[in-house]
Design a protein. Structure first.
Length: 328
C-alpha cells in the first residue's frame, strides 16, 4: 500500500470543490504511506533481500524508507532531468543513483550518481533509408513522401490531437500524417478519421491514418521523418536511440514541470524543437509552422537527430543490471 501526494502547478486556479477533493485524498494517502511503511517493514524483515532497485514514484517511498532503516542497500533510478519527490527523499540513503540524463543536470551527492540512460526495448534502433521506405509502405503511406508521426502516448494528449485536427488539411500539403490518438481520446477524434482516412480495396488512398494505439509503435516511429510527441523521458530515450528529428510538446501541468524541463535541456543542446502546450492550443498554426520548417530542411533534421542521439544510451539496461549485481 502506498499514498500519492497530489501537486498541481495550477492549484490556485482549480475549483473550490476540486481543491477540497485534493486535500481529502492527500490526507487519506498519508495514512496509506504509514500502512505501506508497516507492510514494507514486515515484508523486508521476513524476506531480507540483498539489494533493492527503486524506479521512483510514490510506491517506492515506504519500501525505500524501510530499506534505509534496516540497512538494506538500495539503488534508485531517475528518468527525468528533474528528480521526482520520492527519489529526492530517498537519495541520501541510496548506495548508487542511476540517471537518465548526464549527471551534471542533477544535484545528487558527488560520487553516487552515474549516467546510465533509460532502458528501451530491443525493437528501437536506427534504420537506413531503404528500410524506412519499406516501413512507410507497410503502414500504407507513400514511400517517397516525408512522414509525420504524431503521438501523445498510449492514452493520448487532447491538446496535441486538437491542434492536429485544426491544421491537418495544411499538414497534408507538406507530408503524410500518422496520428496515434490514444485510448482516452480516440473516440473523440473519430470524425477526423472518417473525414481524412480513405481506403479503397484494402489500400490507403489518402496520406492520413489514425490509430487508437498500435503495438507496432517502434516501426511506425522508425518510418517517420519527423515525430511530434510529449516530452516523457522514456519516449525521448526511444527517439534518441532511433536518431529522429523531434518536436516536443511538453505537458506543463505535470508536478515539477518535469516534461517542460526535459524539453528545455534538449533545446539548449539543439537536440529537439519544442513548442508550448498552451500556446499551441490557442494557435495551432504554431505546430504547423514547426513541422513545415523541419520538413523543408533535411539539414536541420539531420542536425537535430544527431544531437539527440548524443543522449542515447543503448546499453542502459545492461549497465543498470551490472550496477544492481555489484551492490548486491
Amino acid at each position: 500500500m502506498a499514498g500519492k501526494f497530489r501537486r498541481y502547478t495550477n492549484f490556485k486556479d482549480l475549483s473550490f470543490k476540486y481543491k477540497i477533493e485534493v486535500v481529502v485524498k492527500n490526507t487519506i494517502d498519508v495514512l496509506k504511506v504509514l500502512m505501506g511503511f508497516l507492510m514494507s517493514l514486515v515484508g523486508l524483515i521476513l524476506w531480507r533481500p540483498n539489494v533493492i532497485f527503486l524506479k521512483g514514484g510514490y510506491v517506492c517511498l515506504p519500501v525505500g524508507m524501510v530499506a534505509k532503516l534496516l540497512r538494506i542497500p538500495y539503488l534508485i533510478h531517475d528518468s527525468d532531468v528533474v528528480p521526482g519527490l520520492t527519489n529526492r527523499l530517498l537519495a541520501g540513503g541510496a548506495r548508487r543513483i542511476a540517471t537518465g540524463m548526464p549527471v551534471e543536470n542533477y544535484n545528487y551527492p558527488e560520487g553516487k550518481a552515474v549516467w546510465t540512460g533509460i532502458p528501451v526495448g530491443a525493437d528501437f534502433g536506427t534504420v537506413g533509408v531503404v528500410v524506412q521506405r519499406g516501413l512507410k509502405k507497410k503502414f500504407g503511406f507513400s514511400e517517397t513522401r516525408p512522414l509525420l508521426v504524431v503521438t501523445g502516448g498510449s492514452l493520448g494528449a487532447r491538446r496535441i490531437n486538437e491542434a492536429v485536427a485544426e491544421v491537418l488539411s495544411e499538414l497534408l500539403k507538406i507530408c503524410s500524417v500518422a496520428l496515434v490518438a490514444g485510448r482516452d481520446q480516440y473516440h473523440e477524434m473519430l470524425p477526423l478519421k472518417e473525414k481524412y482516412e480513405d481506403w479503397e480495396g484494402g489500400k490507403l488512398k489518402s496520406d492520413f491514418r489514425m490509430w487508437e494505439f498500435t503495438m507496432e509503435m517502434a516501426d511506425l516511429m522508425k518510418a517517420a521523418d519527423v515525430v511530434v510527441s510529449r516530452a516523457g523521458a522514456t519516449t525521448i530515450a526511444e527517439l534518441a536511440v532511433m536518431k529522429k528529428a523531434v518536436i516536443l510538446v511538453p505537458n506543463a501541468r505535470l508536478p515539477g514541470k518535469h516534461q517542460a524541463k526535459n524539453a528545455e535541456k534538449l533545446v539548449e543542446n539543439n537536440a529537439v524543437e519544442a513548442i508550448g502546450d498552451e500556446g499551441m492550443s490557442k494557435k495551432p498554426e504554431i505546430l504547423l509552422e514547426a513541422v513545415r520548417s523541419l520538413m523543408r530542411s533535411e539539414k536541420k533534421r539531420e542536425v537535430l537527430a544527431g544531437n539527440l542521439a548524443k543522449f542515447a544510451k543503448g546499453d542502459a539496461a545492461t549497465e543498470l543490471a551490472k550496477m544492481v549485481v555489484r551492490e548486491a
